[in-house]
Design a protein around this ligand. Structure first.
Ligand code: SF4
Ligand code: SF4
Length: 139
């Protein structure tokens, strides 16, 4: 099927290397433009179905689902605009969860907090795996 497409994106990075420098797992190649998904916290905490690799224990900070540090540090993202979509807002109970409640989360609470959310992608089992992996020193 012939699709309508636009041109490839221009390179606006210049000499910036903020995302490369900020990535805690060195998932982005030192020369940029190449990302090793198998090292990326977003992949590890969302897509990986096996156990998390032990040698990442001290690199993953407090991330229990996704990461996006590279997006946070990118100077171009300061031009992004906050969404106005109520369906994207977090469940109100989510924001009041304590550290202890996260670690004691049950399947029922998971379902209630993340109904209709992309967090369902990792399932309760995956989120528990991620929580159990967090370094207690970071809590
Ligand atoms: S999402 Fe996090 S771990 Fe993945 S490339 Fe970006 S900074 Fe690195
Ligand atoms: S932080 Fe943004 S502008 Fe800087 S190198 Fe990464 S993608 Fe390019």
């Amino acid at each position: 099927m012939e699709l309508e497409y636009d041109h490839s994106m221009k390179d606006f990075c210049g000499t910036c290397s903020r995302c490369i420098d900020a990535c805690p797992t060195e998932a982005i190649h030192e020369n940029g433009y190449l990302l090793d998904a198998s090292k990326c916290i977003s992949y590890l905490t969302i897509e990986l179905k096996d156990e998390l690799p032990q040698d990442y224990k001290n690199k993953m900070g407090n991330w229990m689902f996704g990461c996006d540090i590279c997006q946070d540090v990118c100077p171009w993202n300061r031009f992004s605009k906050p969404h106005q979509e109520p369906n994207f807002l977090p469940h109100p109970d989510l924001l009041s969860m304590t550290n202890r409640e996260w670690h004691e989360i049950t399947d029922d609470v998971f379902k209630k907090l993340f109904i209709g959310s992309a967090v369902q992608r990792t399932k309760f089992k995956g989120l528990k795996r991620n929580l159990n992996f967090l370094n207690p020193d970071n809590e």
